[in-house]
Design a protein. Structure first.
Length: 218
């Protein structure tokens, strides 16, 4: 149990420290997308064998909904993820206070042209794609399972390249919560819970449909 907690804590800390940190560093959209993608890629291969490297409450909830995670582990996973995200955000605030304040700690924000509903749908679609890929590429019979970290990292980067300008493309309640706690930037915060969780459930149940089809994995 402690190993799982520490693995998820460290992995999520890394995602927020590097991902949100790339925003503080003034990176452009491509740099921010790559920073998030690389952080995911590295952590999947580093702690995936310990905890599965969820790094995301929406992914954890989707796995539980598909009975791929025991119910008594949900609080452990989500607690580790949120804790890692919050500690990472406060670490960034301490290490780069001026940049942290200027960028609101890298907290995801809606663009001026994006409504709450539009943002929620964007986050749902992006997380739907992410979770569908996660479930599919990590399946036992998938021929490219060994490339799962690379593929998942690329999906994260791909989604940020599109969604970043509209919603920040968090796809992850922990990615939104950590910086929000440390910066106090709570505008529209519920969006980054509702969208990712709904999208994750959609991706998980679409995968379940394909999983039943003979020959889906070859």
């Amino acid at each position: 149990m402690l190993q799982i907690f520490l693995a998820e804590f460290i992995a999520t800390f890394t995602l927020i420290f590097i991902g949100a940190g790339s925003v503080l560093a003034g990176g452009g959209l491509v740099a921010i997308a790559l920073a998030h993608g690389f952080a995911i890629l590295v952590m999947v291969y580093t702690v995936g064998h310990i905890s599965g490297a969820h790094m995301n409450p929406a992914v954890t909830i989707a796995l539980w909904a598909r009975k791929k995670l025991a119910g008594d582990l949900i609080a452990l996973y989500i607690g580790a993820q949120l804790g890692g995200a919050i500690i990472a955000a406060f670490a960034l605030r301490m290490l780069a206070p001026a940049a942290f304040i200027a960028s609101l700690g890298g907290t995801p924000m809606l663009s001026a042209q994006t409504s709450f509903l539009q943002g929620m749908v964007i986050e749902a679609v992006l997380t739907f794609l992410l979770v569908f890929v996660v479930f599919t590429i990590t399946a036992e019979k998938h021929s490219a399972k060994n490339l799962s970290g690379i593929v998942i990292g690329l999906v994260i980067a791909m989604n940020i390249l599109f969604g970043g300008p509209f919603t920040g493309a968090a796809m992850n309640p922990a990615r939104a919560l950590g910086p929000a706690v440390a910066s106090g930037a709570w505008s529209g915060h519920l969006l980054w819970w509702l969208g990712p969780i709904l999208g994750a459930l959609g991706g998980a149940f679409l995968y379940a449909y394909f999983e039943k089809k003979k020959g889906f994995f070859s």
